[in-house]
Design a protein around this ligand. Structure first.
Ligand code: C2E
Ligand code: CA
Ligand code: CA
Length: 849
């Protein structure tokens, strides 16, 4: 070895020690015979550099540091590496000092220390792997490891199946029993998932309460059965240990290696299955009261129906449902999955044949009746018929219904009518009236676009006041006009398959993104056709058109969210932009996308035990500014910790069925939290907003009463605020409902009185306990004589009818002083307090504001 070589090596090692990042071996100056040594040193240098990076990342808590990017993901404590490097430096120094005689020995020692270093690095490798890839609580693989594993399986085009598992009500457990118990719950589920494993399985914890199980040796069905069994054993075993129900939901799917699937598709499919599983478990947990159309008929007689075999059979398959009917009592029992899928009122029903008939496609009902009659009269031994039945999402699925009568002897053994219903899946993707794709075809297209991250320009169209057309011309002409309209406008579109008829008189047109610039022109032409060119039997049927359009750069949100959003945009368009296209510039489209993501997250939150929602309280005071109660107001916390106001999601949520679940959560939380207030002020009254979606649900009152009884909450301390929307419900229904509330001792108030549909006659007809005068009358009351007259009249009228009055939106002392002359019973507004948290409310009780 020449002296220069040694110097170069020394310089390299020194810079490796001091400035790892910059160290570079000057190979051009080295003599050729040192090339092997140079390779080895460079390799070593790379190890040191990567290790530094990794240790840095780990020390900063970044366990997701992508160590796989390193060619050799080795790591060792810096110290031992440094000591080896020091040794190397010493060797190099000796060489540079001309100790050539020692060369052979030196090189031997050099390679020894090199090997020792590699050994140490290797030893630490396993430890680091563990830190990077394992979940510390359960010891199973973490999300990072899961991603890697799936990517590897997909790359190798291996066949495998995957189960997405979610622990039920972990949040409730954490909130009620503390995090230690929550950890135990998680670990117990994890143990359960690992016991009785079929082999070839790997378990990962990919989120707080989410696990994924991958199996390379079995299929989704077998895995599903294994997990179902594990779940049963688990819930049974946990019943003895835990004081709350422990369970998990799961969904399984096969991934066939031969197809070109990508990672996000696999995840989204598994997630969807899990979501379904969650829904199913939700419905199993939910208490369904027995259903009789007339409640006076008393409790249903379940003789002959409560068989465990029925339960077992009805759990067997997702697309087979079971039903059993005692022909003497005419009470039936249906699989819970049927109750859920077909939105039946309950598991046990009186006269289920007619309830079911309502779900059968009108064209198939006669055949259904005839077949049933033939069986009941003994003319036919078996009930066996195919028909279309309406699924909970409104689509029709083709079903085969089979059944037979089992004759019994007397009361102990009643005659039973039993059978199964097989769901062959959604069939109709074509709208029979217009012969265009229907809402399901549209949803399918959106799904497709989402999976491929494709862009789209969507125009949604609605025909205004079609009820009037149907009433004037009759339904037949109405349908013909719809078909004509669809046919005529197709000529203006690039292809006939970009037009879809959604529900009712709504259409969607899906175009390539670049067509966005022509949108306004297109809409004007469509409008002209609608207004002038539709003739049925030579009679002109003038149609009026509303429309909204949005451009999506790449669809990333769930298709039903997109549909709801489009519908929402259309109704905005109808209200404010009648007959002009309600166009959304790109910036607005981004807002729409954002809003949709928010809605998706909020909806998901509801299904996950309403996590993320919380309540704030706005104090209500009397004339002396003493707190007498509070209105509870809903908030949602997004994943960044920001607070989202109800105005941005409640109107949207109210359109779907999940609001009901959230509504009960709000009441439960409000009464639980108010119990604290009652300890300080037993007369405190909490007002809870109730939406029309809750009120129109026939189960609402009984759910409410059950909840209040369970929470042991005094009814007189609760006041339900019916929003203005509720007041648009059928007046008879509203009167009856409120009478029923009163009979049960629940008080109700009319929110936002004076706006929209709420009128004086409503105050007369409905026995509200309190009238809340809307803020809009209060803001300018000092200067607006009209507002003064309104407020004075409302209050006078309320007094005469013995209703109390609350004035909302009192923002300034001047307004307060002004309004006091009318002597309302209570005041609410920013002057006294903005909505505050529960602990803040506890602090302020008993104070004057
Ligand atoms: P609302 O029932 O009329 O509630 C009163 C709203 O007015 C609240 O807004 C409150 O913060 C605001 N407010 C109170 N005092 C003043 C004031 O002096 N000046 C002004 N400018 N505003 C004041 P928030 O919390 O954003 O709620 C908006 C609406 O969202 C509510 O209107 C209600 O319709 C709905 N909402 C809120 N929470 C719930 C809930 O738990 N269930 C249902 N169904 N709806 C809710
Ligand atoms: Ca309110
Ligand atoms: Ca209000």
């Amino acid at each position: 070895m020449k002296k220069t070589d040694a110097q170069i090596f020394l310089a390299y090692i020194r810079s490796l020690l001091l400035e790892t990042e910059k160290a570079k071996l000057d190979r051009e100056e080295l003599s050729p015979e040192t090339s092997e040594l140079a390779d080895a040193l460079e390799y070593l240098g790379e190890c040191v550099r990567e290790e530094r990076l990794m240790l840095n990342a780990l020390s900063q808590g970044d366990l997701d540091y992508d160590a796989s990017q390193c060619r050799n993901y080795l790591a060792a404590p810096v110290k031992s590496i440094q000591s080896n490097l020091h040794h190397l430096a010493w060797v190099a120094r000796r060489v540079t000092q001309g100790d050539y005689k020692q060369r052979v020995y030196m090189l031997g020692s050099f390679s020894d220390s090199f090997n020792e270093m590699i050994r140490q690095l290797g030893e630490n490798h396993a430890e680091v792997e563990k830190i990077i890839h394992r979940d510390p609580l359960t010891g199973v693989g973490n999300r990072r490891f899961f991603n890697k594993t799936v990517e590897a399986l997909l790359a190798e085009k291996k066949r495998f199946c995957i189960a997405y598992i979610d622990i039920d009500r972990l949040k409730t457990c954490n909130d009620t029993y503390g995090h230690e118990e929550g950890d135990r719950y998680i670990r117990s589920v994890c143990e359960c998932l690992q016991s009785d494993s079929i082999g070839g399985e790997s378990l990962f914890r990919i989120g707080g309460d989410e696990f994924v199980l991958i199996s390379t040796e079995t299929d989704a069905r077998t895995l599903d059965a294994r997990l179902q069994k594990a779940l049963e054993n688990y819930t049974e075993a946990q019943e003895r240990i835990a004081s709350y129900p422990c369970s998990f939901s799961f969904g399984c799917t096969d991934v066939k290696g031969d197809e070109d699937v990508n990672f996000s598709e696999v995840l989204s499919l598994a997630d969807k299955l899990m979501y379904n599983a969650k829904l199913k478990s939700y419905i199993r947990r939910r208490h369904y009261p027995d259903y009789a159309k007339n409640p006076e008929e008393g409790p249903l007689d379940k003789t002959g129906l409560e068989s465990r075999i029925f339960t077992a059979l009805s759990n067997c398959s997702a697309n087979h449902y079971t039903y059993l009917c005692n022909m003497k009592t005419n009470v039936s029992r249906w699989s819970l999955s049927a109750v859920f899928d077909f939105d039946l009122p309950s598991e046990y029903m009186l006269a289920a044949d007619s309830i079911w008939e309502e779900r059968i496609h009108p064209d198939d009902r006669a055949a259904y009746r005839m077949d049933l009659e033939a069986v009941f009269s003994g003319r036919k031994p078996f009930h066996n018929i195919e028909y279309r039945a309406r699924f909970r999402d409104g689509s029709y699925v083709r079903c085969t219904c089979e059944g037979c009568i089992l004759r019994g002897n007397g009361a102990d053994e009643p005659d039973l009518f039993a059978g199964t219903l097989t769901n062959h899946g959604v069939i109709d993707s074509v709208d029979p009236v217009t012969n265009r794709g229907n809402v399901y075809a549209f949803l399918k297209l959106l799904l497709h676009k989402r999976l491929l991250h494709e862009s789209a320009f969507i125009m949604i169209l609605g025909l205004n006041q079609y009820v009037a057309i149907n009433n004037t011309y009759g339904y037949k002409v109405g349908d013909q006009a719809l078909k004509l309209f669809a046919d005529r406008i197709t000529g203006l579109l690039p292809a006939s398959d970009c037009l879809y008829r959604l529900d009712g008189v709504k259409f969607a047109i899906v175009l390539p993104l670049e067509k966005q610039t022509e949108a306004a022109g297109l809409f004007d032409s469509l409008k002209a056709i609608a207004e002038k060119e539709i003739f049925v039997d030579q009679c002109h049927v003038p149609l009026s058109l509303s429309g909204a359009s949005v451009a999506f750069d790449a669809l990333t949100v769930n298709e039903s969210t997109v549909l709801t959003e489009l519908t929402q945009l259309l109704s905005e368009a109808k209200q404010t932009h009648a007959s002009v296209l309600y166009e959304h510039a790109q910036t607005r489209a981004i807002q729409v996308q954002k809003h949709m993501l928010l809605m998706e997250a909020v909806t998901k939150s509801i299904l996950y035990d309403c996590r993320g929602f919380f309540l704030v309280y706005q104090p209500q005071v009397d004339g002396n500014r003493r707190i007498i109660g509070a209105e509870c107001l809903l908030r949602w916390r997004d994943e960044t910790g920001g607070t989202v106001m109800p105005g941005s999601f409640i109107p949207w949520l109210e359109k779907g069925s999940y609001f009901y679940i959230l509504g009960l959560w709000i009441i439960r939380t409000a009464v639980r939290e108010t119990r604290e207030f009652l300890k300080i002020d037993p007369n405190f009254s909490v007002s809870v907003n109730v939406s029309y979606r809750q009120l129109e649900n026939q189960q609402f009152l009984s759910d409410l009463l059950q909840l209040l009884a369970k929470e042991n909450f005094p009814k007189q301390n609760l006041l339900l605020e019916l929003t203005e929307h509720c007041q648009t419900l059928n007046i008879d229904l509203l009167t009856r409902t409120i009478r029923e509330f009163h009979r049960q001792g629940v008080r109700v108030s009319a929110d936002d009185f004076g706006t929209g549909y709420s009128s004086f006659s409503l105050m007369k007809t409905i026995d509200f306990d309190m009238i809340k005068i809307d803020q809009s009358f209060i803001k300018n009351i000092r200067n607006q004589v009209e507002d003064q007259v309104m407020v004075e009249s409302i209050i006078r009228c309320a007094r005469t009818l013995h209703r109390s009055v609350c004035v909302e939106g009192v923002e300034t002392q001047e307004i307060f002083d002004f309004i006091r002359r009318y002597h309302p019973d209570c005041y609410q507004g920013y002057l006294f307090s903005r909505p505050i948290s529960h602990p803040q409310m506890v602090e302020r009780l008993g104070q004057t504001l």
